[in-house]
Design a protein. Structure first.
Ligand SMILES: *[C@@H]1O[C@H](CO)[C@@H](O)[C@H](O)[C@H]1NC(C)=O
Ligand SMILES: *[C@@H]1O[C@H](CO)[C@@H](O)[C@H](O)[C@H]1NC(C)=O
Ligand SMILES: *[C@@H]1O[C@H](CO)[C@@H](O)[C@H](O)[C@H]1NC(C)=O
Length: 196
């Protein structure tokens, strides 16, 4: 009787020890892989809202072109569509402080846009704004959104950023300032939450 109770006790003792060991191991594995940290450990203080204002220059042809059409094309690219559905452009477009292309440059918009609608002239924009001015020098914002270019105001999400824009989220508003066959100038107002 006493001996069987002893056996039961030591069994329970080993069972508890076993679970403690398992949980402790699990804990330390997951601590190595990922854990909660404080915001201040990354040097982040508080969230701020910034407003950036600049002009985007998209030059699609000529000696100074900043947007080039990708000539590779799927056999199904719909040439019969009046909206050049399926066209892909790669851009390195200057961002300037005034509408004039020779005004002070504050960065570049690098990435691509795809004509992604058969029913209207609508683009999928996949861009990084690479800033070169002041406290934003070296920092980027990433844009992923829909741009229906013929409407007066378009809104595109800012999905992230780097440098001073780490953890960024916000939106960009685009309005066409002027447009010719060759050169579109688009006014951008960007509103973005980020830390400082
Ligand atoms: C290209 O840019 C240069 C320098 O800004 C300018 O002098 C020239 O007129 C431009 N050429 C065209 C075709 O726009
Ligand atoms: C091509 O575009 C035209 C005009 O938008 C549309 O009517 C037609 O259905 C499209 N064809 C295909 C195969 O998608
Ligand atoms: C931006 O940073 C680069 C690299 O650190 C530097 O060469 C450049 O002069 C800076 N530009 C401005 C406008 O501060």
């Amino acid at each position: 009787m006493a001996s069987s109770m002893l056996k039961t006790h030591s069994f329970i003792f080993f069972l508890i020890l076993f679970f403690i060991t398992v949980i402790a191991n699990r804990w330390s594995d997951s601590e190595i892989f990922g854990k909660y940290i404080s915001i201040s450990s990354l040097g982040l203080k508080r969230e701020r809202l910034s407003h950036l204002h600049f002009y985007f220059h998209d030059v699609v042809s000529g000696k100074n072109a900043t947007a080039i059409r990708v000539t590779a094309e799927a056999s199904l690219t719909n040439r019969s569509s009046p909206f050049i559905f399926g066209d892909v452009y790669v851009v390195d477009d200057p961002l300037t402080i005034e509408p004039g292309v020779n005004s002070k440059m504050v960065g570049k918009a690098q990435g691509s846009y795809v004509v992604a609608s058969q029913g209207e002239l609508s683009l999928l924009m996949v861009l990084n704004f690479d800033f070169t001015e002041g406290k934003y020098n070296g920092s980027t914002l990433s844009v992923l959104g829909r741009n229906e270019v013929l409407s007066a105001a378009r809104e595109m999400p800012i999905v992230g950023g780097s440098g001073v824009f780490r953890f960024a989220r916000g939106y960009a508003q685009a309005r066409t300032h002027s447009i010719t066959q060759i050169h579109a100038i688009v006014e951008y107002n960007v509103f973005v939450f980020h830390y400082c």
